[in-house]
Design a protein around this ligand. Sequence first.
Ligand code: ZN
Length: 81
Amino acid sequence: MSNPIRTCIGCRQPAPQDELLRIALIDADGLPKAVFDPHHRLPGRGAWLHPERPDCVQAALAAKSLTRAFRRPVDCSALHS
Ligand SMILES: [Zn+2]
């Protein structure tokens, strides 16, 4: 099983993929919706995040890191619960 290095969008540090939680986009009316994709089932570009570091989660959601990661505006309301 390969374990590539990904960059956390919260702290911007590289980390092995298995330490990070994948975020993917699903089509929706209006903006595409960002959702957690723990089983890597959703197609397309992904963003990666340290799920157990509140600082990373907060930075990712607050600083429009998702918009930058996906290169377009996204609806991240589903990640806030
Ligand atoms: Zn991080």
